[in-house]
Design a protein. Structure first.
Lengths: 300, 458
């Protein structure tokens, strides 16, 4: 009898945490996602008070739309570029600022973190100025080494302009993941490194066999997070810098969604792009988790 | 029942928010599509205005609520405030509500979707497109009414319009209120100093551009991020010039007729852009910059010509250097001795099909399309109005008066307001961009655009 009451109280306690969360999750996540899926089955301008049910036609059209394929390609290009760029540089900085113990470590840590405090919109505008062919920093800098004024249109190539969006995206992301890795590296006991040094292991060896395995969890989380924020959020930097242009060469799924839903009045089509983003994010998460599975190394 | 309604309302706001959120990440989202969050700033307008300029002889007394939606952009809201106050004074029994602001189109969207729109709408700014609203069945058919509608002074409204209303399948749904023009600008002071001749036709434009280039200045800059500037100022006038000054070709293009796009006039016009490109007249920076950047470079005399709209001097008022003197011509693509072609840029007004007080909305149309408003609009908004009327004695800015002169000149071919299908418009913009950076040929431009036209006209 007594144990029954205790159990019931325990359940009430747990429920008091779970139910409100579940409710909010349902209203603000599940319901909108279902609605998004629902609207993707309609031909709707987004302004009309009538919409026509067209089944899977939006998805069929997407399949034949060359721009969405380019957008998906660009999205995954940004994912790959950012994962490699950010992880290599952030790990390098994190190791440099913790393992080599030089004086200005704190100062550099703050410097590298600054881009994270700046809004992505500001970053986009800032890099637009860097890339400006006439008054931009990059061409002015390159002109120092050439006889003639350099006038490269960094954001106006006939193709591959998406490459130019990688530096700002990486630059903006390093700080956060660096801090994450610094915290992880600092929690590795110094005695491991001391022992390794005594055994004659080089810095590289220590990095490869002690640091990497012990911070693998953080690396994994970072990679997944970069992937998800890129697939869902690359819209902002693209829209600020190029609006998907020139000639759709920098279009990503998010920017194409916005273009279709709000500029070309195909809201149902936009909703179906939104659904594709969700599905691709889920699939990519599962695949990446599989790929990065590794025996957990315990620190004791 | 109530629950059901609530869910429906919630659903609409949730989906609008959700789809943007799903695609756009969390911050810096310019979509500003959050109808659930902010109610439009609907407020009853001042009920006792000081001045009463007009006294309409409306036979029917207007009563009830009457709501006006107006977007506030480059033309400001001074004129709207004034004309609404005057209209309220003339109709004391009518409760006039104004819903205006720079974000009003997004804020009112749920009401248009929900079948509860305002009575009267000014179609301007992002998020409203007249062609789309007609296709969505949101606008009242004004064809019959406009035939013999008289304004408050007893003039036939169609008689005092400088430009006629656009027809959609032969029907009229909206009436142009603003009359602006695309064209090409230069700095008269600079041209005088360097001894360059101001262009009057395509050959003189090319000749002077050669000189300008030889002098070390880039002849031509445009905004590649928003290619409708170059389309509006160069391409469309060029098509009309090449089509023996007959602008119906553009109307056929807007009606999604494939033959119109395949006309030799279109190719001839595209080849003029190619000529500019191949002679190296187009500033290479153009492709990646927005309108503000291109306008700044132009104001710094780094580039000699810029395709733009007549709002340019007003828009850049704060940044115009001392001694800068705007020269303007609506088109540069005509042959020597040919007529100048002015491609107009208008904003229109319309009545909502599902509006509740259409009588008041029609009375308001009769009120605002009167001669007195021509100079009042020009003064308060800094743009020419679509109402015929002599504004030379008004306090309107000089360039507005000049523009008005151009647009009423019998030697100017004036292209009336034309809205293209949004998909076709985007395809034309992308293709023009691609053309200016040598990615495609004029034939490929036509192919690309006609493919989209065929798809949307299905």
């Amino acid at each position: 009898m007594n144990s029954g009451t205790a159990k019931w109280q325990r359940n009430v306690f747990i429920a008091s945490f779970i139910i409100p969360t579940l409710l909010f999750f349902g209203v603000f996540t599940i319901y909108p996602v279902m609605q998004g899926l629902y609207y993707s089955f309609f031909d709707w301008s987004g302004m009309s008070n009538q919409k026509t049910f067209i089944g899977l036609d939006n998805f069929k059209e997407l399949y034949h739309d060359p721009i969405i394929w380019r957008a998906i390609g660009n999205d995954y290009f940004l994912v790959a570029g950012k994962v490699i760029g950010i992880m290599v540089i952030a790990t390098f900085f994190a190791v440099a600022l913790t393992r080599f113990g030089f004086k200005m470590a704190g100062f550099f840590r703050s410097i590298f973190f600054i881009p994270n405090v700046i809004s992505v919109v500001v970053i986009g505008v800032l890099w637009n100025f860097i890339y400006n062919p006439q008054i931009g920093f990059l061409n002015a800098f390159l002109s120092l080494f050439t006889k003639e004024q350099v006038t490269i249109t960094w954001l106006g190539f006939t193709s591959h302009t998406i490459w130019m969006l990688l530096p700002p995206a990486i630059w903006a992301g390093i700080g956060f993941y660096m801090i994450l890795l610094i915290a992880a590296i600092q929690s590795v006991p110094d005695s491991y490194y001391e022992a390794a040094s005594l055994e004659g292991a080089s810095q590289w060896r220590q990095f490869r066999d002690i640091t990497i395995p012990l911070v693998w969890e953080q690396i994994k989380v970072s990679v997944l997070n970069i992937m998800m924020t890129t697939l869902n959020g690359s819209f902002v930097i693209v829209w600020i810098m190029t609006e998907g242009g020139p000639d759709n060469s920098t279009q990503v799924m998010g920017s194409y969604l916005y273009q279709m839903a709000f500029r070309q009045y195909h809201f149902g089509y936009g909703a179906s792009i939104g659904f594709i983003i969700l599905v691709l994010s889920l699939i990519t998460t599962v695949i990446l988790q599989r790929l990065m599975r590794q025996e957990t190394v315990e620190m004791s | 029942m109530i629950m059901k309604k609530k869910f429906a309302a919630l659903g609409i706001s949730a989906i609008l928010a959700a789809v943007t959120l799903a695609g756009c990440g969390s911050n810096g989202n310019e979509a500003s599509n959050s109808p659930s969050a902010s109610a439009p700033a609907a407020s009853p307008s001042a009920s006792a205005p000081a001045s009463e300029s007009a006294s309409p002889d409306t036979t029917v007394k207007l009563t009830g609520d009457f709501e006006i939606q107006y977007f506030v952009g480059g033309y400001g809201d001074k004129w709207w405030k004034k004309v609404i106050a005057d209209f309220q004074a003339a109709n004391p029994d009518l409760n006039v509500k104004e819903s205006g602001g720079p974000k009003i189109n997004d804020q009112m969207k749920p009401r248009w979707i929900g079948g509860n729109p305002p009575d009267f709408v000014y179609i301007d700014g992002a998020g409203l497109n007249d062609r789309q609203m007609v296709e969505d069945g949101q606008l009242e058919d004004l064809t019959e009414w406009l035939k013999d509608a008289k304004n408050v002074d007893g003039d036939l409204i169609t008689d005092i319009l400088a430009q006629p209303a656009q027809q959609f399948d032969g029907k009229v749904y909206n009436i142009p209120l603003v009359l602006n023009s695309w064209g090409v600008f230069w700095n008269k002071a600079l041209f005088k100093e360097k001894g360059w001749t101001e262009p009057t036709d395509f050959q003189s434009f090319l000749d002077v551009s050669d000189k300008i280039k030889a002098a070390g200045t880039t002849p031509f800059i445009h905004t590649g991020k928003y290619p409708y500037y170059i389309n509006g100022s160069i391409l469309y006038p060029a098509i009309v010039s090449a089509n023996n000054n007959d602008f119906t070709i553009l109307q056929d293009m807007a009606a999604n007729k494939v033959e119109a796009y395949e006309s030799p006039a279109v190719l001839a016009a595209l080849n003029k852009i190619v000529a500019l490109r191949d002679k190296g007249f187009i500033d290479k920076a153009s492709i990646q910059i927005n309108h503000t950047d291109s306008q700044m470079l132009f104001l710094q005399n780094k580039d000699a010509f810029i395709p733009n709209g007549l709002w340019l001097p007003n828009e850049m008022a704060k940044d115009i250097p001392e001694g800068f003197d705007f020269g303007f011509i609506p088109s540069v693509t005509q042959d020597a001795g040919g007529k100048v072609v002015a491609n107009t840029s208008t904003s229109t007004v319309a009545i909502a099909k599902n509006g509740k007080n259409k009588d008041a909305a029609k009375a308001f149309l009769q009120f605002i399309f009167s001669k007195a408003q021509a100079s009042q609009w020009a003064e308060l908004s800094g743009a020419p109005s679509n109402i015929k009327g002599d504004i030379s004695s008004s306090n309107a800015p000089n360039f507005v008066k000049d523009a008005a002169k151009y647009l009423t000149d019998p030697n100017t071919i004036v292209i009336p307001t034309i809205t293209y299908n949004a998909d076709v418009d985007k395809a034309m913009m992308d293709a023009t961009d691609a053309l200016t950076i040598s990615k495609i040929t004029p034939e490929e431009w036509v192919k690309r655009v006609t493919d989209v036209v065929k798809k949307v006209s299905k």
